[in-house]
Write a protein of this length. Structure first.
Length: 327
């Protein structure tokens, strides 16, 4: 399952769904511009008490690497699917063995979709705005009646961890480590509230696609977008990377453990050997970073600098995507 910030809370199969055959398909040159980041040392984590799993703040050294300048788009994911015939987890038939007690007629492929309620509601029940929608996938972000025509430059969403990893393999790349991702997002900044600085709107300008208005029923779209935005709609950071905060959550390769920072290596950490989340001990989770269009200072504050997200590897939603890196 995904977190309350980033997913529907629907039950998903345990373990990771394999992507057979992708490695055997010849990689194609990716059209995504990549930015080279020189190695360096930075302070990783967050001092904010609201993020205990991002503590203690610790020094980490990173080797140089290349990173996609923006999130993988529908156009780019479509090239991968056309070349390989890959079917995302959200598009695959559900196995009744993974859902004991659920009537077979209800086991319809789909994914989690944010649907704003028609009136103000309390924030203690994400089920009031997260819904499992049959037919929802990267091709149909809001359900089977929707499509991505004209949205070629929007980030691909409803992407589970295996879906992101399969694309990365095909493109001759990989998913970033959590440390690489934060190093890239900080872009030389240290100790700031947000990755761009301490003010939400420096110079009275929005710096990322986040939520404005009354969550979850009234997104004002004050930043120019209600819901997703095309990639590169906001200024890049000092490293030349776009949308490192907001728009869609991004998968990292690291397994998630809330206590990992206490024992994290100082040089090029790759994450723990296995995942563990005390809230869902049986779920296999990977780290997600950056927040999404649903994040604000009033709800889902994990778009702030140094904070961490997490997600069950086979879950997806319409605010979850990814970008790649390369050595």
């Amino acid at each position: 399952m995904l977190s309350a910030c980033s997913g529907s809370g629907e039950k998903e199969p345990a373990g990771e769904v394999a992507a057979p055959g992708i490695a055997s398909v010849p990689a194609e040159p990716s059209p995504v511009k990549m930015v080279y980041l020189k190695g360096g040392t930075f302070s990783m984590g967050a001092v904010d008490a609201a993020f205990p799993d991002a503590q203690p703040v610790h020094q980490v050294s990173i080797q140089g690497f290349w990173m996609d300048e923006h999130e993988v788009t529908n156009q780019e994911y479509g090239r991968f699917v056309a070349a390989t015939g890959y079917q995302t987890v959200a598009e695959r038939p559900l196995n009744p063995d993974d859902f004991p007690g659920v009537p077979v007629e209800k086991l319809v492929a789909g994914s989690g979709v944010f649907l704003a309620p028609d009136k103000p509601v309390g924030l203690d029940d994400p089920g009031q705005w997260w819904h499992y929608v049959p037919g929802a996938s990267w091709r149909h972000p809001l359900g089977s009646a929707s499509n991505i025509a004209g949205q070629e430059k929007y980030p691909a969403v409803h992407i589970s961890y295996p879906d992101a990893a399969a694309y990365a393999t095909w493109a001759g790349k990989r998913l970033p480590t959590e440390a690489e991702w934060e190093y890239a997002a900080r872009a030389g900044q240290a100790g700031t509230v947000y990755y761009w600085g301490n003010e939400l709107r420096p110079d009275n300008k929005w710096r990322a696609n986040n939520y404005q208005g009354h969550f979850p029923d009234a997104d004002s779209g004050a930043d120019g977008f209600a819901g997703l935005a095309p990639v590169k709609s906001f200024p890049p950071n000092a490293f030349g990377l776009y949308d490192m905060e907001g728009n869609v959550w991004e998968w990292c390769n690291d397994f998630y453990r809330s206590d990992y920072y206490a024992n994290s290596p100082k040089s090029n950490p790759r994450g723990p050997a296995a995942s563990f989340d005390a809230e869902e001990p049986g779920a296999v989770k990977r780290v997600q970073r950056g927040g999404s269009f649903m994040c604000s200072n009033d709800y889902c504050i994990r778009f702030k600098a140094g904070s961490r997200g997490k997600g069950e590897v086979n879950s997806a939603s319409n605010n979850l995507g990814f970008r790649c890196v390369k050595d």
